[in-house]
Design a protein around this ligand. Structure first.
Ligand SMILES: NC(=O)C1=CN([C@@H]2O[C@H](COP(=O)(O)OP(=O)(O)OC[C@H]3O[C@@H](n4cnc5c(N)ncnc54)[C@H](OP(=O)(O)O)[C@@H]3O)[C@@H](O)[C@H]2O)C=CC1
Ligand SMILES: O=C(O)[C@@H]1CCC=N1
Length: 290
């Protein structure tokens, strides 16, 4: 087995049920950060065998491509991560139920899916961590909100925190706030990429080469983020320091205000959280059909 750093994760076996972008972001972070030996990670999906082969060869994880391998992997797992889309969740979790042990920690990354619905689909109380990570976990800079079901033990808690601390920062919140986390940081990278797309495009329109526009934008977003983090100052105060009275930044901010930029961001985040609740309600409804 590959050398791994000592952590509560060191000896845990983790099964990723669903092998998409979010699952990959997490196990890539774990493997590349040497927090878990790749042999301790099993991944499976619904049908895409090519994807499993790709993940095996890229990270050294075990792809469970058939029912026997899935059953073996699930039986040996300490942690089972649910990583499918909300629309697939009810059917997938229901089919998983007979293959799980009651002591296994279930970690869900599924947007909107309440702990109570997972328990309903699994047929009873379970140790469950409902999480809302983001794809920056890929490079160890993820931000993950976590809430726990009543039946988690301190070991389960430690394991969950170790898993997500290994790929970024974590914030434990009450379950009703997970949708707020979804609005701010789960979907958050997309807002920042959207902003960056606009900055690059405008730079090019003003005559910069695409490379220069991209490099300048990347460094600006990175520098601004690090300024907030390292100085501890409020973003509003840092913004004030960039904005000379009657200068260029003021002209830019006034233009953004004329498009109600902050109101738009606020509405987007509130709508995102609301959409998570809608997705959760749809799964709950499906779960209640026997
Ligand atoms: N992407 C993101 O930024 C974030 C996503 N999330 C949440 O993560 C979850 C996954 O999202 P994402 O990774 O983007 O989605 P993807 O579409 O990239 O991946 C979904 C995976 O689920 C698998 N799957 C679907 N149905 C089943 C099933 N019945 N049994 C086993 N596996 C199944 C798919 O397999 P196949 O390809 O074979 O169909 C695929 O591997 C979602 O619930 C989302 O809300 C949370 C935070 C951030
Ligand atoms: O767009 C989505 O639904 C998922 C959840 C958070 C980020 N991506």
């Amino acid at each position: 087995m590959s050398a791994v750093t000592s952590s509560p994760l060191g000896n845990a076996t983790i099964y990723f049920y669903g092998a998409g972008s979010m699952a990959e972001a997490i196990f890539r972070g774990l493997v590349e950060g040497k927090l878990t030996a790749p042999e301790r990670i099993t991944v499976s999906n619904r049908q895409n065998a090519e994807r499993l082969r790709e993940l095996e060869s890229r990270y050294g994880v075990i792809g469970a491509g058939d029912d026997t391998a899935k059953q073996r992997g699930l039986k040996e797992a300490d942690v089972v991560v649910l990583g499918m889309k909300p629309k697939d969740a009810a059917a997938a979790i229901r089919s998983l139920a007979p293959l799980l042990r009651p002591d296994q920690l279930i970690v869900s990354v599924i947007a909107g899916l309440p702990i109570a619905t997972i328990e309903q689909l699994l047929g009873g109380k379970r140790p469950i961590a409902r999480t809302m990570p983001n794809t920056s976990s890929t490079i160890g800079l993820g931000a993950t909100g976590i809430s726990f079901s009543d039946s988690v033990t301190s070991t389960h808690r430690e394991l969950t925190l170790a898993m997500f601390d290994a790929v970024g920062m974590t914030s434990v919140v009450e379950e009703p706030l997970i949708e707020a986390v979804n609005g701010v940081s789960g979907s958050g990278p997309a807002y920042v990429y959207y902003l960056m797309e606009a900055m690059i495009q405008a730079g090019v329109e003003l005559g910069l080469t695409p490379e220069a526009a991209r490099d300048l934008t990347i460094q600006t977003v990175r520098g601004a983020s690090e300024m907030v983090r390292l100085t501890g100052e409020d973003p509003a105060e840092l913004r004030r320091k960039v904005t000379s009275p009657n200068g260029t930044t003021q002209a830019a901010i006034e233009t953004l205000e004329s498009f109600s930029f902050q109101e738009g961001m606020n509405k987007a985040i509130v709508r995102c959280a609301e959409r998570a609740r809608e997705l959760g309600a749809a799964i709950r409804e499906e779960a209640s059909k026997s």
